[in-house]
Ligand binder design. Structure first.
Ligand SMILES: [Zn+2]
Length: 237
């Protein structure tokens, strides 16, 4: 259960769970603050802890605001976009036909009806990225199910602001971020394996690390790559 604390104009979401240490995080993109704390710790103690870290919280939030300064993509001709880690130049082609996107060796060609605005172009591109991830996941699941000895009943691909993936062990389901279609293919594979590994081990403990070491010995490098991007998460495991 989450509790909300507020002080110094900052809202903090507190979740108490079976952990030993209190953990404070500031999440991109907007600087949302969360605290995970042991169940036995009182809210007063948590508040004192949070207030003592106020300077750090503000500093992290300022850093994130700095990252926001990158100009928003307006989906115009010659803008660059990444697909599976490779850069493509966007080419807009207006024609009176159903919208579509095609990838050539250098270009991401977007066919739209005349007068299609930036918001619609964005939705078209977003849907296309989601389709790329949707198509890439099943072979990875098929590859890793026998290795890990787990079964994935369902998977979902959606936009997530602070996570690359998530897992619901009870439903044997995993969720992947659409943005993974912009990253190198091994990033998607790492997140698929990571979320599938959670079907066996819930926490990011030594056992979990050992499991990832066995499957993808270079997973830490991939994680660095993921954390270096705009969706970097201070706590992404
Ligand atoms: Zn995880």
């Amino acid at each position: 259960m989450a509790t909300r604390l507020e002080f110094g104009g900052i809202a903090v979401e507190v979740v108490q769970k079976d952990i030993k240490n209190v953990h404070l995080s500031v999440h991109p993109p907007h600087g949302r603050v969360t605290i995970s704390a042991p169940r036995r710790m009182s809210l007063d103690t948590i508040r004192v802890f949070a207030v003592s870290r106020l300077g750090w919280i503000r500093q992290q939030q300022a850093k994130l605001r700095g990252q926001d300064r990158e100009p928003p993509r307006v989906l115009l001709d010659r803008e660059s976009h990444y697909v599976w880690g490779k850069r493509y130049l966007l080419k807009l082609v207006e024609a009176d036909a159903p919208p579509s996107i095609e990838l050539t060796p250098r270009m991401l060609v977007m066919h739209v009806r005349p007068g299609t605005d930036a918001a619609k172009r964005r939705v078209l591109l977003e849907d296309w990225y989601r389709e790329q991830v949707k198509a890439a996941v099943p072979p990875l699941v098929t590859k890793w199910e026998p290795v890990l000895g787990v079964a994935v009943r369902r998977f979902f691909v959606q936009r997530m602001k602070t996570k690359w993936g998530s897992c619901s062990p009870a439903r044997e389901a995993i969720r992947l971020n659409t943005e993974l279609a912009r990253k190198a293919p091994d990033c998607l594979e790492y997140i698929v394996v990571h979320e599938m590994a959670h079907l066996l081990v819930r926490r990011h403990d030594a056992q979990f690390g050992a499991l990832l070491d066995q499957c993808l010995p270079h997973w830490r490098h991939i994680r660095e790559d993921l954390n270096a991007g705009p969706l970097s998460h201070t706590n992404w495991p």
